[in-house]
Design a protein around this ligand. Structure first.
Ligand code: ZN
Length: 424
């Protein structure tokens, strides 16, 4: 027998060597099936930073009989203090700084007896009041506070509201939590289970689900892919409304929609940042980072999971990603596009689409800002990573809902029409 200790050590060494060789190989396979780092001209540090949590509580100003609460998903109220018998200071802080000025707030308020009171908004210096309050009373829809009840706008904003024993919701924008979003998703899937496949792209930092709808009729093999994203930035609700009208329109089961889903596949992510939404964040995710700057290195679980899901879907189905629309809100309606067009899957899509929007929406002029992305956002990831058309689809903070509905609907119909015509 020559099986000595020495041989077994050699065997062990060999095993180690093989293991060491195979381990990075396995990792590389993972990285390949998952994500490639995409080059952007300007890098942004997206390593997690700490965020501060609100103390969930009921604020009781017993001597003036006024109460407020932040004990619900999507709330933001950091402190609540009496200034005088009819005026209360409402302290609102972001999750961390520096941060874009999306001064979001949302809280319940009520009083022992019916009265008019004044709310004086206090933000950390350098941040400003941005959103005119939306009010929700029990059994009523959302209403924007009347202009005459905004006593002072801008810094140190003061508003007048009517309160009584029944709590009302005062919110920077209409509230739509992750739960409400999942409920809406279920209505979309219901009755369409044969072609609307509800899946999960994984979990957020704080373990919330990131839902995705994988939509195609018949086989997904070889079908070009359109990606629809929204709510990387929690308070950007008007962009989310446009997203809802857009998605509902492509699922209307018209002749056009039927033909569209026979030729194309859609991956729809209706809530990319569920932690930020439910924690009432101004802009960032649970890792304290602007997710729409993390599309190069994918430090955050939300961006990493969504990008991996898109990449794996493309690899499994064998179809190219041709278009990515990412819905947001800003001060006015605007489409941010890339200047580079020729090498993309659809070099003429943008001018065709915008022309048809102007033709089909009365008195509408497309506001376009054309620039290849510099910082790592989705628009750039679609271009640099996939040679796809990438567009940041922005709706104004105060664009009326009927106009959002029209833009959302027409943009969906015209996208389907152009894509169907292009495929013939
Ligand atoms: Zn945004």
């Amino acid at each position: 027998m020559h099986f000595s200790i020495k041989t077994s050590i050699e065997a062990y060494k060999l095993f180690l060597v093989l293991h060491l060789i195979s381990t990075p190989f396995v990792f590389e396979m993972d990285a390949q099936t998952a994500l490639k780092e995409v080059y952007f001209p300007k890098s942004v540090n997206t390593i997690s930073r700490s965020i501060s949590f609100q103390n969930k509580q009921t604020f009781e100003l017993t001597d003036i009989g006024i109460y407020a609460s932040n004990e619900f998903q999507g709330a933001r109220l950091n402190d609540f203090k009496k200034l005088n018998d009819s005026t209360v200071a409402v302290f609102i802080e972001p999750e961390n700084i520096p941060i874009n000025n999306s001064a979001y707030y949302s809280f319940l308020i009520w009083a022992e007896s019916e009265k008019e009171i004044y709310l004086n908004f206090k933000y950390p210096s350098k941040y400003k009041h941005r959103y005119r309050p939306k009010i929700k009373r029990v059994d009523h829809g959302w209403k924007k506070l009347k202009k005459k009840d905004v006593i002072k706008d801008g810094n140190g904003a003061i508003i007048k509201i009517h309160v009584d024993k029944t709590p009302i919701l005062v919110s920077a924008q209409e509230l739509s939590t992750s739960k409400a979003t999942e409920k809406w998703i279920n209505t979309l899937v219901s009755g369409r289970e044969d072609y609307v496949h509800l899946l999960s792209a994984g979990k957020s930092k704080f373990q919330r689900n990131i839902p995705v709808l994988d939509i195609y009729k018949g086989s997904k093999q070889g079908k070009p892919i359109v990606v629809l994203l929204t709510r990387q930035h929690p308070p950007e609700i008007t962009g989310f409304f446009a997203y809802q009208f857009f998605l509902e329109t492509i699922l209307e089961e018209s002749e056009l929609s039927k033909t569209f889903f026979e030729k194309y596949r859609v991956l729809a992510f209706p809530i990319v940042n569920p932690d930020g939404v439910d924690l009432g964040h101004w802009r960032h995710n649970g890792g304290g980072v602007d997710l729409n700057r993390d599309w190069a290195v994918f430090n955050q679980p939300e961006t990493r999971n969504v990008a991996t899901f898109i990449t794996n879907s493309k690899n499994d189905g064998g179809g190219k990603i041709i278009l990515g629309l990412d819905f947001h809100s800003t001060y006015k309606d605007i489409f941010y596009t890339n200047k580079t067009r020729a090498k993309t899957a659809m070099p003429n899509f943008i001018p065709q689409w915008f022309k048809s929007l102007e033709k089909n929406i009365p008195n509408y002029e497309v506001n376009e800002n054309k620039n290849d992305s510099k910082t790592p956002n989705t628009k750039g990831w679609f271009l640099y990573g996939h040679d796809a058309v990438g567009i940041t689809y922005e709706i104004g903070d105060s664009t009326p809902k009927r106009k959002i509905k029209l833009i959302g609907k027409v943009s969906a119909l015209e996208m389907m029409r152009i894509l169907v015509e292009n495929s013939e």
